[in-house]
Design a protein. Structure first.
Length: 132
């Protein structure tokens, strides 16, 4: 098995994000659960994933990802990071928070190891995401 790596779920609704029926795609429900909750649940089942960060509207994400049914499925750390202005900033700020020894607000890469730090980026609106 490969070394474990953090997963960053991009779930922002600013900038170029497209809405469907007047709301962010990550909050559209399938089978009674928002898409972003499906993605987070699947990432919990991936052996190579060490933790999951979700970057988006923190207040809405806390409500969705704090549900009892999803909380019962969590086996790995789940962190919510409030969104920034665009996808690039959301991805970068998520990465900064996964670096070894990073404080809650993250840190810039300081070494070659930091610059080569592996992360898995996943969109929060993937209806058919599976752990495989």
């Amino acid at each position: 098995m490969s070394a474990a790596l953090p997963a960053i779920v991009t779930a922002g609704d600013r900038g170029a994000a497209r809405q469907v029926h007047g709301q962010s795609k990550v909050f559209l429900e399938i089978a009674g659960r928002p898409l972003v909750a499906h993605v987070v649940a699947q990432l919990q089942r991936v052996p190579e994933v060490s933790e999951v960060l979700v970057v988006g509207d923190a207040k809405r994400l806390e409500a969705v990802l704090g549900s009892d049914d999803l909380q019962a499925e969590l086996r790995k750390p789940l962190r919510i990071v409030d969104q920034f202005d665009n996808l690039y900033e959301n991805a970068w700020e998520g990465y900064r928070r996964t670096l070894p020894g990073a404080p809650e607000q993250g840190r810039d890469p300081q070494s070659e190891a930091d610059r080569n730090w592996p992360v898995l980026y996943v969109s929060g609106d993937l209806p058919f995401a599976t752990a495989q």
